[in-house]
Design a binder for this molecule. Structure first.
Ligand code: ATP
Ligand code: MG
Length: 171
C-alpha cells in the first residue's frame, strides 16, 4: 500500500495524516477488518489520483492529496474514520456504492466488490455500522463503528488494537 502513496510522474505523494486515539483491544476478525481498511484506503488513493487527472478540487486549491485516518473509543464502540480529499461522489454513485459489481473504474481495474464486502464485514460479521459522507469536488469520509465485544466465542480469540492493523498501510 505504501508504494501507492509515493509520488508519480503524474502527481505528488499522497500524505497520510494519522490521528489515533488510544484504543482498547477490539474483538474482531482481524484479517477481515484489515481487508476493510485496505479497501477504503485504496478507494481513497484512486479518488485522489482521479482528482489530479481531472484537475478538480485539490489541484485547484493548491493542496496535495491526503488521507486522514482517525480512531476514537466511544462507549463500547471503536470509531474509525477514513477521509480523503479526492473526487468525492455524486448522489447517484453514493446510492449505488454498496451494490455488488458497481464500479466507475475502467474494466480490469475495479471489480465493484470492495464496498459490498466492506459493508458485509462491518455490519453482518461485526454488528457494526458503516456510514459515508461525500461531496463532489470536496472528498469523502467513511465512518466505521465496531462494538468492542462480540458475541461469538471464536471471535473473542482474535482481538486487535485497530491502529496495529492500520499500520499495514505502511507495509
Ligand atoms: N473514497 C472514494 N471516493 C470516490 N469514489 C469512491 C470512493 N470509494 C468508493 N467510490 C466509488 O464507489 C465505487 C465502488 O467502490 P468499490 O470499492 O465497491 O469498487 P471499486 O473500487 O470500483 O472496485 P474494487 O472491487 O476493486 O474495490 C467506485 O468505483 C467509486 O466510483
Ligand atoms: Mg474499491
Amino acid at each position: 500500500m505504501q508504494s501507492r502513496l509515493k509520488a508519480t510522474p503524474k502527481r505528488p505523494a499522497i500524505e497520510v495524516i494519522r490521528k489515533y486515539g488510544s484504543l482498547p483491544l477490539v474483538e474482531c476478525y482481524a484479517g477481515q477488518l484489515n481487508q476493510v481498511f485496505m479497501n477504503l484506503i485504496s478507494n481513497a488513493i484512486d479518488a485522489i489520483e482521479d482528482a489530479y487527472l481531472e484537475s478538480v478540487a485539490i489541484v485547484g486549491e493548491g493542496r496535495s492529496g491526503s488521507i486522514t485516518i482517525q480512531t476514537d473509543a466511544i462507549d463500547q464502540q471503536v470509531l474509525i474514520q477514513i477521509r480523503d480529499n479526492g473526487t468525492g461522489m455524486s448522489a447517484e454513485v453514493q446510492r449505488r456504492l454498496l451494490d455488488p459489481f458497481f464500479t466507475t473504474k475502467p474494466v480490469g481495474k475495479g471489480t465493484g466488490l470492495g464496498m459490498a464486502i466492506t459493508h458485509q464485514i462491518v455490519t453482518e460479521r461485526h454488528g457494526g455500522r458503516l456510514e459515508c459522507i461525500s461531496d463532489v469536488g470536496q472528498g469523502t469520509q467513511f465512518s466505521i463503528e465496531i462494538p468492542l465485544r462480540q458475541t461469538l466465542p471464536e471471535v473473542r480469540n482474535d482481538a486487535i488494537e485497530p491502529s496495529e492493523s492500520l499500520a499495514g498501510i505502511d507495509a
